[in-house]
Design a binder for this molecule. Structure first.
Ligand code: 76R
Length: 273
């Protein structure tokens, strides 16, 4: 019987990005039967993880020798994430998958999300000149509230599409001299973030972004996961955002990993297992 206390955040899920290099010399020491058994073990583990409630696992090959393959694991309980991570790492046998990079974060809602009151004052009354209590006002308000409920659910409990290109990098907001994000007041940060979101929205349908928070959990403050159907859109959005003040002035980045989502059997062939 397991006696550990679950570590489930009040809201959202834990997220692990796991990157591995394969030790082919160890792999070649296994017999063909052992290799088959090892791949079956990993395949069954992936199925077990994917059938765990509220749990998702993406599997991908990495484009350059920075790593060979990677997993993105989303699950509420850190105890479960930790147990799955250990089993994934050992699934093909000792020392075959060697972790070369990893990142821990949590899904989070944004502190800059437009509140109902802001939307009413700034957009419905300010921009659209609607009057409280009229049918047009009520319809527009309901449309906003439905959209926000859907949006908030996606940020905290995302279901990611199987788009082929996956990009991961960690980032922080700068805290030095005159460029200290954390000494700006909320209004200034919200205005800057509105510019960021305007750029981001122009990539709707081409880029799916998941921003997960990692302050206190890992080296940087956020994990950025971008899914795309075309790598040119990844290059374009990251480039265009460099000009946006939030990134131009305040962003600091870690290493970038580019992968391709593949079903496991194809992934095995790709990484020559
Ligand atoms: O929450 C939302 O989706 C709406 C507004 C929004 C917020 C609050 C938004 C929109 N982002 C938000 C927060 Mn983003 N984002 C990044 C990067 O490489 C770089 O320069 C930056 C990396 C990209 C590519 C990107 C894409 N975003 C954040 C935060 C948290 C900041 C904080 O809390 O201080 C970070 C670190 C961050 C970074 N962003 C969008 C996008 C895209 C494509 C959108 C539009 C999403 C959509 O409308 O569907």
């Amino acid at each position: 019987m397991s006696t550990h206390t679950p570590l489930i955040p009040r809201e959202g899920w834990h997220v692990m990005h796991l990157f591995y290099q394969i030790d082919h010399s160890q792999w070649q020491c296994l017999s063909q039967d052992e290799q088959r058994g090892a791949k079956t073990r990993l395949t069954q583990l992936v199925q077990e993880i994917r059938s765990t409630p509220d749990t998702h696992l993406l599997t991908f090959a990495i484009a350059t020798p920075k790593a060979d393959m990677g997993f993105m694991l989303l699950t509420p309980d850190l105890q479960v994430a930790n147990a799955f991570e250990k089993r994934l790492t050992l699934s093909l046998g000792a020392d075959i998958l060697n972790a070369c990079y990893s990142y821990l974060s949590q899904t989070e809602s944004s502190e800059y999300t437009t509140t109902t009151e802001q939307y009413v004052e700034e957009t419905l009354i300010g921009e659209k000149s609607l009057t409280r209590g009229t049918p047009e006002f009520d319809a527009a308000l309901k449309e906003f509230e439905d959209r926000m409920a859907h949006y908030l659910k996606h940020r905290l409990y995302p279901v990611l599409p199987d788009w082929p290109a996956i990009c991961f990098y960690p980032m922080s907001k700068r805290r030095s001299g005159n460029d200290n994000w954390y000494s700006l007041d909320h209004k200034a940060r919200r205005e800057l973030m509105a510019g960021h979101a305007r750029v981001g929205r122009t990539y709707s349908g081409r880029i799916l972004q998941l921003i997960t928070g990692s302050t206190g959990l890992d080296e940087y403050e956020w994990g950025v996961t971008l899914l795309a159907k075309d790598t040119i859109d990844i290059k374009a959005i990251v480039y265009e955002m460099r000009f946006d003040e939030v990134s131009a002035r305040y962003a600091e980045f870690g290493d970038f990993y580019i992968g391709m989502q593949l079903p496991l059997d194809e992934l095995f062939r790709r990484v020559c297992l």
